[in-house]
Design a binder for this molecule. Structure first.
Ligand SMILES: Nc1ccn([C@@H]2O[C@H](COP(=O)(O)OP(=O)(O)OP(=O)(O)O)[C@@H](O)[C@H]2O)c(=O)n1
Ligand SMILES: C[C@](O)(CO)[C@H](O)COP(=O)(O)O
Length: 243
């Protein structure tokens, strides 16, 4: 992938990877499950490392995680590990702190470890669009179903105009300083980084990403991920060994 021509500040990736995968219920965190012979974590980090403009990939792992240090990707020269926190937002904040300690002027791409199928073409689109404004940008998908809002009794309260409804994906791109400050308050309702920036009055851009950039969350997502991975390989997006 050729370096971005648009982002004129250092680019880092922060990967929250300190979750336990409760909804997957696999007995170990889902990022260490195998996908075509490699862990989900290896797929994810290797893809980010293949995006040349990323100076470093900061991975937030749970304290005492015995699986992460066993992966060769954890020792890659452009990978750094930090201790994650009790919530996703805490883990992201720890990663962004490490980025700011290296470069106060950096931008960060925050990407779920649980999204191993992200395409470099989507990362490039995000960086190109995100660089247009200090409010940043996120990958997202317009919804294709009819969207209902429920009342407290799970009866339909309203049908929303889906032309304005998008599903948030990752990566999400922001100036590191702005994100760090936005993550300083009450994090209990924060499920993605854009929400934190929105609460601070910013309006990140939505950049349409590919549908195969799924988050592995439930057991059935593994079969879907294998299907999409095979399709990507047929397209020529094959596994690339670390440089
Ligand atoms: N304290 C936490 C919780 C989550 N994550 C990370 O945030 C990403 C998205 O979260 P999610 O899919 O919810 O993962 P889990 O928290 O592991 O899943 P669950 O909610 O089912 O336990 C994952 O890469 C996960 O490892 C994190 O870094 N720190
Ligand atoms: C950030 C995210 O992937 C956007 O869809 C998502 O919100 C994280 O998932 P979680 O289950 O809320 O941690």
């Amino acid at each position: 992938m050729t370096p971005s021509k648009t982002l004129n500040r250092p680019l880092y990736a922060v990967v929250p990877a300190a979750g336990v995968g409760a909804r997957m219920g696999a007995g170990l965190p889902k990022q260490y499950l195998s996908l075509d012979g490699r862990t989900v974590a290896e797929h994810t980090v290797t893809r980010l490392l293949a995006f040349a403009p990323i100076r470093r990939v900061v991975v937030a792992v749970a304290e005492g995680d015995p699986w992460w240090p066993q992966l060769s990707v954890a020792r890659h020269r452009r990978v750094r590990s930090v201790a994650g926190g009790a919530s996703r937002a805490d883990s992201v904040r720890a990663g962004v702190r490490a980025v700011l300690d290296e470069d106060a002027d950096a931008w960060v791409l925050v990407h779920d470890m649980a999204r191993p199928l992200v395409r470099l073409s989507d990362v490039q689109s995000l960086v190109t669009r995100g660089a247009e404004s200090d409010d940043g940008a996120i990958l997202a998908r317009p919804v294709t179903d009819t969207i209902k809002r429920a009342d407290a009794g799970n009866r339909i309260d309203a049908t929303l105009d889906r032309r304005h409804i998008w599903r948030a994906l990752t990566p999400q791109l922001f100036p590191a300083r702005a994100l760090y400050e936005a993550l300083a308050g009450d994090l209990s309702a924060i499920t993605d980084e854009a929400s934190a920036l929105e609460a601070a009055g910013r309006h990140p851009a939505l950049v349409e990403g590919r549908a195969d950039n799924i988050k592995i969350t439930l057991p059935e997502d593994l079969a879907l991920a294998r299907f999409y991975l095979a399709a990507q390989e047929e397209e020529g997006l094959a596994w690339r060994p670390l440089a």
